[in-house]
Write a protein of this length. Structure first.
Length: 55
């Protein structure tokens, strides 16, 4: 089984994608796109929407 995802550098909240046999696993390009669409900040640091508001 393979994992892909991202986690907040400040609070540790994480979003994970798991790959079962014969399933598609998102690449870094898609992960960054998904994260930004859901309010995450991706750059030098990865911040979840809650920590992004505090920062």
């Amino acid at each position: 089984m393979f994992y892909s995802g991202y986690s907040c550098d400040k609070c540790g909240k994480a979003i994970e994608y798991r790959r079962e046999p014969k399933e598609w696993l998102p690449s870094k390009i898609y992960l960054v796109e998904y994260a930004r669409q859901n309010g995450w900040s991706v750059g030098k640091k990865v911040l979840c929407p809650e920590c992004r508001k505090k920062h």
